[in-house]
Design a protein around this ligand. Structure first.
Ligand code: SF4
Length: 376
């Protein structure tokens, strides 16, 4: 599959690698200048493959790019399945990158495993494998750092580094499944970063993760959690991913308190957020998952429960209440088992479908709001 490039200015091509469009345009230009247009197709193919990362491709895209391989499409599908489903990349042409991010560290406690990845540019992101009796969930990161700045979150306290690329998101799953050998049944986009601040990439990652010829994780087993970006919610709704679960990290149902806890609310207050939710194409019997991190003495009074019930009165929703974990500078306190149960009972009395969720991995800084103590 390797293509001879002696007749074009290969260093020039390679130097343009950082921009896909520039790279391909440069390749075509070189072909024209060198009067070798008959080889432009092969050059383009080489460009596509060199820039391609297997973990960023659905099987259809991979097969389309591999149409010249002996055996054609069937062979490409087989290669794709072997690589993504079983972690065997031995047959993938060398031009195509299929490396997952390097695992930098790993720490395990109470059924939670925190995996720290070091990316090519040195940025670090974290994933958490949460083992439950009947299923294993992988919590993936979509950005290094985060620009949302939620007050109860360690990731937010460290600021934003950069968006992850599709292969860096999918690579977290690849490494956990095929390098660490862990089963993964569910994916939640609740790690570092705001997924809908990187929507196009996250949507492509979901397409790859749910491709039946690869990882084959059904859309109903994938949850995207947002702090509340209306444009991102609309884009996700328009992406055509039926069954995908959408979670909203709400944490307060009045604008004053929510804006204090989550700066994103100053830009997109609750009324705007609700409009976006109401326009989201839920199917029959599907609901939004509302995450409510309970902060002692901050958002846990009967009045807060009534506000929450009112906000959800015209939205199909299920509330997950979780006690806050020790976060940045120990700013907030966990209300304890009794406080959590009391708040859940208040919500249930208001007719809200509510569940109390336990949090794992606090002692290894792997629980909700604790990831990314040092994003770089
Ligand atoms: S809770 Fe989520 S959205 Fe908010 S700062 Fe943390 S990672 Fe970002």
């Amino acid at each position: 599959m390797s293509i001879e490039l002696g007749w074009v200015h290969e260093p020039l091509l390679r130097s343009a690698l950082f921009r896909r469009d520039v790279f391909i345009a440069t390749g075509v230009l070189c072909a024209i200048v060198s009067g070798r247009m008959q080889r432009a197709d092969r050059l383009l193919l080489w460009c596509e493959m060199t820039l391609m990362h297997l973990l960023a491709c659905t099987c259809d895209v991979f097969s389309a790019c591999m149409h010249t391989v002996p055996g054609g499409r069937e062979h490409a599908v087989d290669l794709y399945r072997r690589a993504l489903k079983y972690g065997d990349c031995s047959g993938v042409p060398p031009e195509i990158d299929c490396r997952a991010p390097a695992i930098d560290a790993m720490v395990e406690s109470e059924g939670a495993v925190k995996v720290v990845f070091r990316l090519d540019d040195g940025a670090r992101v974290e994933s958490v494998v949460i083992g439950l009796p009947r299923r294993t969930t992988l919590c993936v990161s979509s950005q290094a750092g985060c620009r949302m700045g939620c007050l109860f979150c360690t990731t937010g306290a460290h600021g934003f580094v950069r968006d992850l690329r599709t292969e860096e998101i999918v690579g977290q799953l690849f490494a956990v499944r095929h390098v660490l050998g862990r089963t993964v049944d569910n994916i939640v986009f609740m790690g570092m970063g705001e997924p809908l601040d990187n929507t196009a990439t996250v949507v492509q990652a979901i397409r790859v993760i749910s491709d039946q010829r690869g990882f084959d994780i059904a859309l109903r087993r994938i949850t995207v959690s947002t702090a509340g970006l209306p444009d991102g919610i609309r884009q996700l709704g328009a992406a055509g991913l039926p069954g995908l679960r959408l979670a909203l990290s709400l944490n307060a149902a009045n604008d004053h308190l929510r804006s204090r806890l989550m700066p994103v609310n100053r830009r997109y207050p609750l009324a705007v957020l609700k409009q976006a939710l109401q326009s989201y194409p839920l199917r029959k019997k599907e609901v939004f998952f509302i995450e409510y991190v309970l902060l002692k003495g901050v958002n846990d009074t009967p009045g807060h429960a009534v506000e929450l019930a009112r906000f959800l009165s015209d939205i199909p929703a299920r509330v997950n209440v979780i006690g806050c974990n020790p976060g940045p500078a120990g700013r907030f306190e966990n209300p304890g088992e009794e406080g959590l149960r009391r708040f859940c009972a208040l919500l249930a009395r208001e007719g809200v479908f509510v569940r109390l969720r336990s949090s794992r991995g606090q002692d290894i800084q792997a629980a909700c709001g604790q990831l990314g103590a040092a994003p770089r």
